[in-house]
Write a protein that binds this ligand. Structure first.
Ligand code: FES
Length: 159
C-alpha cells in the first residue's frame, strides 16, 4: 500500500467515485470499503460518514464491518503494510521464528505502525497459500517459504 493517505475534498470525491463505480448498494459494501482502504490508505471517520450517507448503512455498522475485516483499517497505516499469516499451517512450518525475526528487525508488535511511518505489521488469517508457508504479503507482493535469514533482504527492497 504505497498510496499516500488522503483526507478532505479529494478523499470525499474518491468515496463518491468508488460508490458510483460499484453502485450504492449494501451488497457492494465490502468491495467499496476494500477499494477505499486501498486508495486512501485507511478508512477515516470522514470516509465512513460519506459511505454511510451514500449507501444508507449506519456509521456504527460500518465501523463494525471495518473492524471485523483484517484487510480494512480505521487508522492511518504505514507506507508499507506487512501482512503476516498467523494461522496454524504457517505457524508450524516456521511462522513462529519468522514472527520473532520480524520483531527483531522492526520492533513492531501486532497491529503497530513504526514511528517513522514506514511499516505497519498486520497479522492475518490464512491467505490461502498454505503450501508455501510461512507467508508474508508486503503491499501487493507475496513471499512464500520465507526463512528468517531472508527477511532483511526482503525488507530492503522497500527502501
Ligand atoms: S495458513 Fe498461512 S497461508 Fe494458509
Amino acid at each position: 500500500m504505497t498510496v499516500a493517505t488522503q483526507n478532505g475534498p479529494a478523499a470525499i470525491q474518491i468515496v463518491r467515485d468508488t460508490v458510483t463505480h460499484h453502485g450504492a448498494s449494501r451488497d457492494e459494501l465490502i468491495p467499496i470499503l476494500n477499494d477505499l482502504n486501498r486508495h486512501l490508505g485507511y478508512l477515516s471517520g470522514e470516509t465512513l460518514n460519506e459511505v454511510s450517507r451514500l449507501i444508507g448503512v449506519s456509521r456504527s455498522q460500518l465501523f463494525g464491518v471495518a473492524s471485523f475485516y483484517q484487510m480494512l483499517s480505521t487508522k492511518p497505516m504505514g507506507e508499507h503494510v506487512i501482512q503476516f499469516c498467523e494461522s496454524a499451517p504457517c505457524h508450524v512450518v516456521g511462522g513462529r521464528k519468522l514472527w520473532q525475526a520480524l520483531y527483531d528487525e522492526l520492533h513492531l508488535k501486532a497491529g503497530e505502525t513504526s514511528a517513522d511511518g514506514k511499516w505497519s505489521l498486520v497479522p492475518v488469517s490464512c491467505l490461502g497459500v498454505c503450501a508455501v508457508g510461512p507467508v508474508l504479503v508486503i503491499d501487493d507482493d507475496m513471499y512464500g517459504n520465507v526463512e528468517p535469514e531472508q527477511l532483511s533482504d526482503i525488507l530492503a527492497r522497500y527502501d
